[in-house]
Design a protein around this ligand. Structure first.
Ligand code: WT7
Length: 666
């Protein structure tokens, strides 16, 4: 990359620009802004024709589609609806007989450093065998299968095997609690669960199967007929006769050949739960055809994936990033990818850099929160600084999940990318299926902290509350004005909530509302995401609903009378969870008692949702600040959480003394 056009390193007004180097630009799949603009113009001129072309080029259809976009039942859009395909065939079978067949598909590095490699041929055989095992147990097209697995080859195989037989998977991140697993099993109507006895993270053996057992005992899970258990470790686990079966038992005697089941383009490939602004997580339903098109195309465009690349996306398969950029996209693109079981800080905080060197990683995709924690670690311990490893294999870096602050961007650019690797700051959401607004490494001049421009065909815009376009420089709500193939199709079982959440009447009922605020720069029209405009927090790139945490707190009925949760800025995690709690007993008089109570509540939330939802701050008060009509003054709480001086009008408060009470953190 060229030197910054401005030498002034101000982080307040971001005016540094990093255009792609000649060399990167020349060799890239989308070359230069001219290449980008040509694609945008094609989409602009003939929207459906553009998407139809990409769908033909990127997807192998067992029955070609003749319809492109069906808007007759908007906002329940349908794409390529009369076409048929199989997602697993698009990731595996299509490579057989090509140069990719014996190429390494996955380089797996276990928590303890042990490395296993599988070729595309071997992966296909494992997926086919697993699919046969599922079929033999009666799992079939249309069934929902809940997957609660560690980051392993087996996790990817389980997802691909479901896709192969047309079963819809719902992956739950291994850090969620039994309660969260149970709620998802009930909501999705799962008939089988795929899990592991334990998972290995940071040298520790953590239970998964025992959590599934607890979940299944909570009621409403009678539909679950099978639990298939990957024996990740040699440790014993409890088995329910007639219901539980190890992978070895499931696979015994099964053939490694299995014909993929062709499904309609709109067939739900998966349902993935994410937090919204009510207490109940939303089951985001994705299609097969449109989703696979964008999974492959974005891997090829955003990461400029070439046959020689070694790609590494550090996201867990429990999140959308792990679906699109681990389980599906890289395989559809025929890439070699690294799958890592462990955590970035074990056995030391240089693990990522060490692994990049060990495996010759060329394209590295991670989250700002990981970068910030590794910056911090390398500041206190020189030995884990990236300079201690040879990172010269890298050619492209990526960021995802939350805004990346310019300081972290610059550190990543200099210390990991040696000022020669473009950083693609990819904005997208669980609901989007794949990248939406992102630089292209061989085209877009980069500005730290900005996700730059929408991908060709993504009609992103910034509007006010009534849908009017905002001029550059003025902030507003991020929307997408036209449907796109990989978009969410529904909220599982709740079409009304789908319409209300994403296609509000105020915006005409057909415009997709992202739920983020954004602003475009005056000079380039580049997008910068300013954060959520709803009651959703982003903690370390994980989405958490404030109401979800509030419901968890008030469900501790012996202790909690009322709770309100807000976010506050945090240097490391982006946002931190701050809970205001009214107890069913007098305010704790000494700090030790308050601390003990706060910890009890944190553990309760971890049990209800998962450790990622634990509030960082807990503040006790005799009351919460409310308006006369009884509405909690959340803006006031946000100020208190930040430690800001209160400038809002507090004259309507019943009990102004609580402001002081609520100021104390425990
Ligand atoms: C929310 C979506 C699919 C990505 C993983 C998170 C925030 C995501 C960026 C970015 C600024 C970002 C938004 C969005 N977000 N990427 N590059 N810059 N903000 O998916 O859990 O569905 O969360 O993450 O607030 O709405 P998710």
């Amino acid at each position: 990359m060229n030197a910054p056009t401005s030498a002034i390193e101000s982080v307040l007004v971001e005016n540094r620009v990093f255009p792609p180097s000649e060399a990167i630009q020349k060799a890239a799949r989308v070359s230069g802004m001219a290449g980008y603009e040509a694609l945008c113009a094609e989409a602009e001129k003939d929207y459906e024709g553009y998407w139809a072309r990409l769908a033909r080029e990127n997807v192998v259809w067992s029955k070609p589609f003749t319809q492109v976009l069906d808007e007759s039942n908007a906002p329940f859009y349908r794409w390529f609806a009369d076409g048929e395909l199989n997602a697993s065939a698009n990731c595996l079978d299509k490579h057989m007989g090509t140069a990719t067949e014996h190429k390494t598909a996955i380089i797996f590095e276990a928590d303890d450093g042990q490395v296993t490699k599988v070729s595309y041929r071997e992966l296909l055989e494992r997926v086919a065998q697993f699919a046969n095992g599922l079929k033999a147990q009666g799992v079939k097209k249309g069934d929902r299968v809940l997957i609660y697995m560690p980051m392993t080859i087996e996790g990817v195989v389980a997802m691909q095997a479901c896709a192969r037989i047309g079963a819809t998977h719902s992956v739950v991140f291994g850090g969620f609690s039994a309660k969260a697993v149970q709620e998802r099993i009930v909501d999705v109507g799962a008939s089988a669960v795929i899990t592991a006895n334990f998972q290995m993270r940071g040298g520790k053996e953590l239970p998964l199967k025992a959590i599934v057992d607890d979940a299944l005992q909570m009621g409403g899970c009678e539909g679950v007929k099978h639990v298939f258990v990957y024996e990740r470790t040699a440790s014993a686990y409890s088995k329910v006769a007639g219901r539980d079966m190890s992978f070895a038992e499931l696979l015994a005697g099964q053939s490694t050949e299995c014909l993929p089941v062709a499904v309609e383009a709109e067939h739900p490939l998966f349902i993935l739960y994410t937090s919204g602004s009510t207490g109940k997580p939303k089951g985001v339903q994705h299609s097969t055809g449109g989703y696979m098109l964008w999974a492959k195309q974005t891997v090829e465009w955003t990461f400029d994936m070439q046959p020689s690349d070694v790609f590494w996306c550090t996201a867990d398969i429990g999140w959308i990033t792990g679906h699109t950029y681990v389980a599906y996209g890289p395989l559809a693109a025929g890439a070699t990818q690294i799958v890592f079981e462990g955590v970035p800080t074990f056995p030391h905080a240089g693990r990522f850099w060490e692994m990049i060197e060990r495996h010759g990683c060329t394209v590295f995709y991670t989250a700002p929160t990981a970068i910030r924690s590794l910056i911090k670690a390398s500041e206190t311990d020189e030995k884990v600084h990236p300079k201690n490893w040879n990172l010269s294999s890298l050619r492209i870096l990526g960021s995802v999940g939350e805004p990346i602050n310019p300081e972290a961007w610059m550190w990543y650019y200099r210390n990991v990318g040696a000022e020669r690797c473009p950083i693609v700051d990819t904005f997208w959401q669980t609901e989007n299926g794949g990248h939406m607004i992102t630089p292209l490494p061989g085209a877009t001049p980069l500005v730290p902290g900005s996700c730059t421009l929408p991908l060709p065909g993504i009609m992103a815009a910034i509007v006010d509350e009534t849908g009017n376009d905002m001029p550059n420089g003025a902030g507003g709500m991020l929307v997408v004005k036209r449907p796109w193939p990989s978009m969410i199709r529904n909220i599982w079982g709740d079409p009304e909530r789908f319409k209300k959440s994403y296609f509000p009447e105020e915006l005409g009922g057909k415009t997709y509302l992202a739920g983020d605020g954004a602003v475009r720069s005056e000079d380039r029209g580049y997008f910068r995401i300013t954060g959520r405009i709803d009651d959703v927090l982003n903690v370390s790139g994980h989405r958490m609903g404030t109401m979800e945490i509030e419901s968890a707190l008030v469900s501790k009925t012996d202790l909690v009378a009322e709770a309100a949760v807000v976010g506050r800025p945090d240097d490391l995690t982006g946002e931190a969870i701050c809970a205001f709690v009214v107890l069913k007993r007098p305010l704790p008089s000494d700090p030790e008692e308050a601390k003990a109570l706060a910890n009890e509540l944190r553990n309760w939330v971890a049990k209800e949702i998962g450790p990622i939802a634990k509030p960082k701050d807990i503040r006790f008060g005799e009351n919460l600040p409310k308006t006369r009509s009884g509405k909690i003054m959340r803006r006031l709480l946000r100020s208190i959480a930040k430690g800001e001086a209160i400038t809002q009008d507090t004259s309507t408060l019943e009990n102004p003394a609580i402001l002081e009470q609520l100021g104390k953190t425990h």
